[in-house]
Design a protein around this ligand. Structure first.
Ligand code: PBG
Length: 329
């Protein structure tokens, strides 16, 4: 005898209209943030080979890009600076120079978009140091946590002065959020928010980014970025940052760390961002270019997964892609 089931979850999958009506996760352009690179000393935007479709921008082209972000209605733009090689030094001092490329870019972008788009700046030294580490080094070559903190504070204040709505410390030094909050407040920038890269893992998925910023790093960041094996620590880092004054916290990379995104989202009293990083982007583009995956569907699914896990905002190089900001497919 066969019995026909009365409980049929498939009823809610019968038509596209039904599926859309009951969809639990929806993407919204306003939750997307585009990371973008500005390079000093170039006259034309330069394509980044390992990130097809992404460029090192000039000051002019970054302004145009920011304008495009505002028009598309996405949430924000996160700016990274690429200085000239000869401007790099052991402490990364061009990072807090008001004439440094990142601060000039923040100013230009802010002038272009006003308050229509959230303007964020990456607050980390690795693009600016001759050795490529995210902090200054001790004599024996170790990354010196406490000597790095005041430099982050100076950098954050310079970014606020240039017009950043949000500074985003990504160097994983202990105590970085506290010193940055204190320095911003002392300089009168009470309204500038901190997006803390709280749970940032020592990830091989950052590979293409290092090309994008011409990073000089030899070695790795395993003494400051987290071990990919560790889940619990993601929550610990996020809660510490909240205690230190973070207005938003971030998990990075995103797609391979959805357990951490979910854990952080479950306990965070502040908005949670996740960063779909350069390697995640490059793999999709490479597979799609070979015809091995359907590009638009994979992009949508990857970002939907990140939001479903609990991210309120997603930093992604796909932020302006029609797959995300176009009509629902
Ligand atoms: C460090 C920084 C990195 C990324 C963002 N901020 C690289 C690193 O830690 O080595 C990676 C972003 C990406 O891969 O898209 N300032």
């Amino acid at each position: 005898m066969t019995t026909s089931p009365t409980v049929r979850p498939r009823r809610l999958r019968t038509t596209a209209a039904m599926r859309e009506m009951v969809a639990q996760t929806r993407l919204d352009a306003r939750q997307l943030i585009l990371p973008a690179f500005v390079r000093d000393g170039i006259s034309e935007p330069t394509p980044i080979t390992s990130m097809p479709g992404q460029y090192q921008h000039t000051l002019d082209s970054i302004r145009a890009l920011a304008h495009q972000c505002a028009t598309a209605g996405i949430g924000g733009i996160d700016l990274f600076g690429v200085p000239r090689d000869e401007d790099k030094d052991a402490s990364g001092s061009v990072a807090w120079d008001e004439d440094g490329i990142l601060n000039r870019a923040v100013e230009a972008v802010r002038r272009e978009v006003g308050d229509e788009l959230v303007v964020m700046a990456d607050t980390c030294l690795d693009e600016f140091t001759s050795h490529g580490h995210c902090g200054v080094l001790t004599e024996d070559g170790r990354v010196d946590n406490d000597a790095t903190l005041p430099l982050y504070a100076d950098m954050a204040v310079a970014q606020a002065r240039a017009g950043a709505h949000v500074v985003s410390p990504s160097g994983m030094m202990d105590g970085q959020v506290r010193v940055i909050r204190q320095a911003l407040d002392e300089a009168g920038f009470h309204e500038v928010a901190i997006l803390a890269y709280s749970a940032k893992y020592a990830s091989a998925f950052f590979g293409p980014f290092r090309d994008a910023v011409g990073c000089s790093l030899q070695g790795d960041r395993k003494t400051y970025q987290q071990d990919p094996a560790n889940r619990r620590e993601g929550v610990r880092e996020a809660l510490l940052d909240v205690e230190e004054g973070a207005d938003m916290v971030m998990v990075k990379p995103a797609g391979y760390y959805l357990d951490v995104v979910a854990d952080v989202a479950a306990v965070s009293p502040v908005p949670v961002a996740a960063y779909q990083v350069s390697g995640e982007y490059a793999m999709v583009e490479a597979a799609a270019a070979n015809g091995w995956v359907e590009r638009e569907r994979v992009i949508r699914e990857s970002v939907t997964g990140i939001v479903r896990a609990g991210a309120d905002m997603v930093l992604t190089y796909f932020a302006l892609d029609p797959a995300l900001v176009g009509p629902v497919k």
